[in-house]
Design a protein around this ligand. Structure first.
Ligand SMILES: *Cc1c(COP(=O)(O)O)cnc(C)c1O
Length: 231
């Protein structure tokens, strides 16, 4: 397991060089350690090293892990979420990155109102237009954003995307540029007027480039925890 700490050190080094290259500050980038399929012992080890932001994709796995790990972990829900599962996690996760329909946004708002809370969400955009991925399209994002932004019980804090798996991170730069320009468009049109608007983009294969293009959250799994085995 000392490999785990070596791995995250390497990731930190890469993050440092990307923030330096793009004149950003390390504090402006949050590294989310994506722990899906990985045991709680590994999460605890990173927690002990000071990490607090973890990403999970599946509601049941997330619920089980939460129960045996410290309360001050910020859990980021990054996987496709079904409306009937919202109730299990809504008051336990820090942010939901994967809101991919108006229907889901409304259902989250409804559950949040029941609990007198505001859920922090990001809208997922399928900028690369992959058939296998969820999310709004670059074309329909604005009309959906207009309808979602005023739903009570949620606060839209930004945009998220998963770019294709690539060997060369540069190939995905175009998608990160695109996501940022979509955000700038929403601001220019006066649809979003708070000063913080987050971009969640960049995974193991491309987080360095995502940071150069303005990522606030990078979601890194394999580079930290090693390859996943699916059963
Ligand atoms: C699994 C997953 C990640 C992490 O992927 P790696 O390639 O292992 O870094 C990031 N984002 C989402 C949405 C994921 O499902």
């Amino acid at each position: 397991m000392s490999e785990l700490l070596d791995n995250i050190k390497d990731v930190e080094k890469n993050i440092d060089s990307s923030v330096n290259k793009s004149n950003r500050n390390r504090e402006d980038v949050t590294l989310i350690a994506v722990s899906k399929t990985k045991p709680t012992e590994m999460i605890q080890k990173l927690y002990d090293a000071g990490y607090r932001d973890f990403g999970e994709n599946y509601v049941q796995e997330l619920s089980e892990k939460m129960n045996s790990l410290p309360d001050d972990i910020r859990w980021h829900m990054i996987g496709h979420l079904q409306t009937n599962k919202i109730k299990y996690i809504i008051d336990k996760v820090y942010m939901i990155h994967s809101v991919d329909s108006i229907h889901l946004a409304q259902a989250i708002g409804k559950e949040a109102r029941k609990r007198n809370m505001t859920a922090k969400i990001l809208l997922e955009v399928n900028v690369a237009e992959e058939d296998t991925k969820f999310g709004f399209t670059s074309e329909n994002l604005e009309e959906n954003f207009r309808q979602i932004k005023d739903i009570e019980g949620i606060e839209v804090l930004g945009l998220m995307t998963s770019a294709p798996y690539v060997e060369n991170a540069e190939e995905n730069r175009q998608y990160f540029v695109k996501l940022r320009s979509l955000m700038v468009d929403l601001k220019d049109k006066g649809l979003y007027n708070k000063n913080r608007f987050f971009l969640s983009m960049g995974m193991t294969c491309d987080y360095t480039v995502a940071i150069e293009e303005g990522a606030d959250f990078v979601r890194v799994g394999t580079a930290i925890f090693g390859a996943r085995k699916y059963v």
